[in-house]
Design a protein around this ligand. Structure first.
Ligand code: HEC
Ligand code: HEC
Length: 307
């Protein structure tokens, strides 16, 4: 009796799952078809003709013209500057790709194509200040020293990626373990041992659940639960006292410190106050922009062998 119920349950689940897959496929086709049809209607509205004329016009367009119509219809903002994007591509690959993926679709860092920071930007006016400051406490380094022109080129590169996804939507799943472990080992020996010992890397792969997490973990080590990596500061207050502790919040106006006894201090950064920050990861952060995409893949492939 119980067995029949289980069998029936499994049968129903299979039927259900099959229908779900059909439904999903259907939905995608509808969305893809719908976008083209809507863009065609958009063309009709722009040229003030009927929807049918719009569809005909859309069908007669070159792929480039179609992309243009879709872009206008989706409200993607000004057309990306292709020359600037081409200049920005290598700068992006060199500085950002290992965290955000070669096409900005995310790797250990978030997908930038769906990012509000990118979508809300037209010509770098929001992205530049953001990139200069970063979010170091969340693993996004600051690019304060990068020239504005290079940052603008990166912004155009990102806008072009958004456009390409919106207009074509071709996703590519990346396997993170594509590097050469032997080359990775050489890279670690020649580029990491000036600051590290073998102890840093012993069994490093077994501390992470997946190659993605290992990659994120060595490129940008997490400070969570690791006292040694905490940002600390020594503060001289305006009335001459000296405080030292772990920084929990910092702005231009105030700094919050937790001292070794666990007590929190709030210090105003008014005239007379001196703050000296100490970020243990600062030397490691300086190394990050020197990594190429290949270095990153090779080092991850090597570290993954250290279970
Ligand atoms: C070491 C890894 C790393 C590098 C290198 C890096 N990023 Fe990030 N980036 C991150 C992480 C992690 C976040 C998410 C931070 C958070 O949670 O707020 C982020 C966030 C962002 C965001 C905001 C996303 C959002 O919507 O909140 C943008 C935009 C961005 N990065 C662009 C760049 C660009 C452009 C570069 C190269 C110039 C770059 N990043 C280099 C790791 C990195
Ligand atoms: C200029 C110095 C410097 C270089 C070069 C450097 N790092 Fe680091 N790295 C640091 C410092 C400083 C820390 C933080 C303190 C610590 O853990 O020793 C750190 C932390 C780490 C951590 C986290 C250790 C932990 O215990 O959580 C890993 C993993 C790491 N680095 C990997 C690498 C790899 C891989 C390379 C080479 C591709 C490299 N580092 C190159 C300075 C450097």
């Amino acid at each position: 009796m119980e067995n029949t119920i289980v069998k029936e349950h499994l049968r129903l689940r299979r039927v259900f799952e099959k229908h779900c897959i059909h439904l999903q496929r259907l939905q995608w086709r509808l969305i893809a078809g719908g976008l083209a049809a809507l863009a065609a209607v958009g063309v009709a509205q722009q040229s003030q003709t009927t929807a049918e004329d719009g569809v005909r016009q859309y069908q007669n367009m070159t792929p480039e013209q179609r992309a243009q119509a879709t872009r206008a219809f989706l409200g993607l903002g000004p057309e990306p500057d292709k020359a600037a994007a081409a200049r920005g591509a290598p700068v992006y690959q060199q500085n950002c790709a290992f965290c955000h993926g070669p096409q900005a679709r995310g790797a250990t860092g978030p997908n930038l194509i769906t990012s509000d920071q990118v979508l809300g930007d037209d010509r770098g006016e929001h992205l530049l200040p953001f990139l200069k400051q970063g979010r170091p406490e969340k693993g996004m380094p600051a690019f304060a020293a990068m020239p504005d022109q290079e940052l603008k080129d990166i912004a155009e590169f990102l806008h072009l990626q958004v456009e390409e996804v919106a207009n074509r939507g071709a996703y590519r799943v990346l396997n993170i373990l594509v590097g050469n472990a032997a080359k990775g080992q050489e890279h670690v020996a020649s580029h990491c041992m000036s600051c590290h010992t073998a102890e840093t890397f012993a069994h490093i792969a077994s501390r992470f659940r997946s190659p993605e997490q290992l990659q994120r973990g060595w490129i940008w080590p997490s400070r969570a639960g690791n006292e040694r990596l905490a940002v600390t500061a020594t503060v001289k207050t305006a009335d001459g006292a000296t405080l030292t502790g772990r920084v929990t919040q910092v702005s231009d106006f105030r700094i919050l410190l937790v001292d070794s006894a666990g007590q929190t201090h709030v210090v105003d950064r008014g005239p007379g106050a001196e703050v000296k920050m100490n970020d243990p990861l600062e030397p490691h952060q300086r190394m990050i922009p020197t990594l190429t995409n290949d270095d990153m893949h090779n080092v991850t492939a090597y570290l993954d062998t250290l279970k």
